[in-house]
Design a protein around this ligand. Structure first.
Ligand code: NCD
Length: 308
């Protein structure tokens, strides 16, 4: 694989060949056919990798932490609340300081959409976006892609419905860029307030009708209603499961198996019912399993020239 760019902020930072190589590398790491361990990433020294999560996280932060340690790198969890960011130091100065201390790569989550743009011209350190505001979450989309393929979905000609809060979801935005590259169509489904007014990509269509989205899809990707990002009220929220959420009963009416993916965290009883999460339809834990291997592959791609 060609070395990945110093900043992986958006899906479009990767070309198709790099995406394919990441899929292969993650698969090999999962199968255990490539050795991993101390010093494998660096030439003759152990690389140092920091996570800096300026917003809450369970899955992303900890799967990166596991991936870093499985690769044998040194792991630092940078705690922004007790750092000089609180004394007014800029993020750029903070990142430069980490870099001068020997940190090779920083994985950052922030509530500021497009936060990484300011670092593109002169990266203070290599960086991976672990989610920036409502903009992008490229590593989540890549691990989802790995899971879809592993589950046997032929993406070319397939239809995936993304159901939920499509406009506030950085995961949704990254999937919309990634999945059509593999020939799949996307149905965006949710309350009007959660859908874009229009889309320019002919591979993406809009509907507010969950049953229609389910009927026309090969697999479903359910998103949380992200109330913390809304600027207005969400009147549909109190009876969302009944009107537009995904329940086992709704899926059973369809009469065929329809896998359900979710990036987590789930608000059970809102966008999904508990029966789905406990059923064979639910693939969320498989996404969590794959998150470690895809993130290992991405870290290798960022730090090594040859990652095969
Ligand atoms: C998502 C996120 O934080 O963007 N979760 C994740 O990273 N696995 C989705 C969400 O918060 O709803």
């Amino acid at each position: 694989m060609n070395g990945l760019p110093p900043i992986l902020a958006e899906v479009r930072d990767l070309n198709f060949e790099q995406i394919q190589s990441l899929l292969l590398s993650a698969k090999k790491l999962k199968m255990g056919v490539v050795p991993v361990g101390k010093y494998q990433l660096g030439e003759n020294r152990q690389p140092i990798i920091a996570t800096s999560f300026l917003e809450h996280s369970t899955r992303t932060k900890h799967s990166f932490a596991v991936a870093i340690q499985k690769l044998g790198a040194m792991y630092i969890d940078f705690n922004a609340d007790f750092s000089s960011l609180k004394k007014g130091e800029s993020l750029e100065e903070t990142l430069l300081t980490l870099n001068h201390q020997g940190v090779d790569l920083c994985i950052m989550r922030t509530s500021n959409s497009h936060q990484f743009d300011e670092f593109r011209e002169n990266p203070p350190i290599k960086m991976i976006n672990g989610g920036d505001g409502i903009n992008q979450h490229p590593t989540q989309a890549l691990l989802d892609l790995m899971t879809f393929i592993e589950d046997g979905h032929k993406l070319s000609g397939a239809t995936m419905a993304i159901i939920g809060d499509c406009i506030h979801s950085r995961v949704g935005h990254s999937l919309m860029e990634l999945i059509p590259q593999f020939g799949a169509k996307i149905i965006l489904c949710g309350p009007e307030e959660c859908l874009p007014k229009q889309v320019s990509n002919s591979n993406i269509i809009l509907t507010t009708d969950t049953d229609e989205a389910i009927r026309k899809s090969d697999f479903l990707y359910v998103l949380r209603i992200q109330k913390e990002r809304h600027t207005g009220p969400a009147p549909y929220y109190h009876n969302y499961l009944e009107t537009q959420g995904v329940s086992l009963e709704r899926l059973k009416r369809l009469g065929r198996m329809l896998p359900v993916y979710h990036p987590g965290p789930c608000n059970i009883g809102v966008e999904l019912d508990r029966a789905i999460v406990k059923s064979d339809y639910y693939r969320g834990y498989q996404q969590v399993v794959n998150s470690v291997y895809m993130r290992m592959a991405i870290i290798k791609g960022m730090l090594c020239k040859n990652t095969s």
